[in-house]
Design a protein around this ligand. Structure first.
Ligand SMILES: Cc1cc2nc3c(=O)[nH]c(=O)nc-3n(C[C@H](O)[C@H](O)[C@H](O)COP(=O)(O)O)c2cc1C
Length: 362
């Protein structure tokens, strides 16, 4: 049985990873207004690669200008963003880690005050943003154009030197809005059955694979359950088969808590076990959520994960991954002082943002 500090090899591309530790995608609001990366954003991820993480994922980055979900978000929609992306990929890889860019579109969660246009979604949906009001349902031709935009963004990431992309289908953003029966009430080929609701994601996978090189890694992150918009565990498990057939390099499930069973399904097993069983080793599985100690990391691997993504542990401890060979490693947990976080490579802007995560900053 492999452990968290053992190396890993992606079967299709042969990419080698020195250990099982992945920096999960983390928004940090440090990019410039036009989506270019700031030095601070590059530095915080470079520090995690230096700290021993095998894979480092960028923050969610929007593939078209209007897909921006919040201030300070990194973009992958224009060539003016290339120099920063190049520096980030090279900075991560210089320490032997793989660099992945997480690509997304916020859909109904793109405030009009930020983008200047009415937000879009699979259907007409009320946004939680009083300035934006309701969304506009995308025309079929617009959905096709967005598929192409995702593929073009992936090509841009490849050109910048990234090893691959993670397509963000989790957490209620546009791809997730297509998957959910609550937010997708379309009656054309992009809505209705699970196959139709998944078509947006599957077409994105297919075009990304077509437009990028054979060795470019393509992964997908999903939320196993997202009740608010109608994503159910049952659908997500059937989606696994569609994703496997689409030909990606890994599936990443965002569990929020790897040590809790599904919230809305009658199954007492942990989400990682349930998905590992369905995958039956057809694809590498990344799992994430509330992993801090080595014992917990080992436990999630025993549940069936091949790789472990961490967010808050990686914020608090730049070198978290380098301790995974110690069986009793128990990193300190929040609240952290601002001084500690700055010592771990967070800029004051990022520390300020982390105050929004309850109990994280002292
Ligand atoms: C500051 C912060 C920003 C995040 N931004 C993203 C993001 O851009 N994309 C994403 O898929 N998940 C995002 N997440 C969720 C994390 O990737 C992760 O799934 C979640 O925090 C649970 O893992 P943890 O318990 O290790 O923190 C973010 C989490 C944090 C704490």
């Amino acid at each position: 049985m492999a452990g968290p500090s053992d190396s890993f090899r992606f079967p299709r591309t042969g990419h080698e990873v020195p250990n099982r530790a992945v920096v999960a995608a983390m928004t940090n609001k440090q990019s410039h207004e036009d989506g270019r990366l700031s030095d601070a954003e590059i530095e915080w991820l470079r520090r995690r690669a230096e700290g021993g993480f095998g894979i480092v994922t960028t923050a969610a980055s929007h593939v078209v200008r209007e897909g921006q979900g919040w201030e300070g978000e990194m973009g992958v929609w224009g060539d003016h963003q290339l120099p920063g992306l190049e520096r980030m990929a090279a900075g991560i890889q210089a320490h032997g880690a793989l660099a992945l860019a997480q690509i997304f579109h916020g859909g109904m969660r793109c405030p009009q005050r930020l983008t200047g246009v009415q937000p879009v979604s699979a259907s007409v949906n009320e946004t939680s943003d009083s300035d934006s009001g309701a969304t506009r349902a995308l025309e079929g031709s617009e959905v096709e154009a967005l598929v192409e935009a995702f593929a073009d963004a992936a090509v841009r990431c490849e050109k910048a030197g990234f090893d691959g992309v993670e397509i963000h289908g989790a957490h209620g953003y546009l791809i997730c809005q297509f998957l959910g029966t609550g937010t997708n009430r379309r009656s054309d080929g992009w809505g209705g059955s699970l196959e139709n609701r998944a078509r947006f994601l599957l077409e994105i996978i297919s075009r990304v694979r077509e437009k990028t090189g054979e060795n470019f890694l393509v992964g997908v992150r999903i939320s196993p359950e997202y009740r608010k918009i109608g994503v159910t565990l049952e659908d997500s498990l059937d989606l696994v088969d569609l994703i496997v057939d689409a030909g990606v390099d890994y599936l990443h499930i965002s569990c929020w808590d790897c040590f809790a069973p599904p919230a809305h399904a009658d199954d007492s097993r942990m989400l990682t076990e349930i998905f590992a069983e369905r995958l039956a080793s057809r694809l590498p599985l990344i799992s994430s959520g509330a992993i801090w100690s080595t014992a917990q990391a080992q436990e999630v691997m025993e549940q069936g994960a091949d790789l472990l993504a961490v967010a808050r542990s990686a914020i608090g401890h730049a070198d978290w991954a380098s301790h995974l060979g110690e069986a009793d490693y128990e990193p300190t947990r929040p609240p952290f002082t601002a001084e500690h976080l700055e010592s771990q490579g967070l800029s004051p802007v990022f520390v300020e943002y982390m105050r929004a995560w309850r109990g994280f900053v002292e």
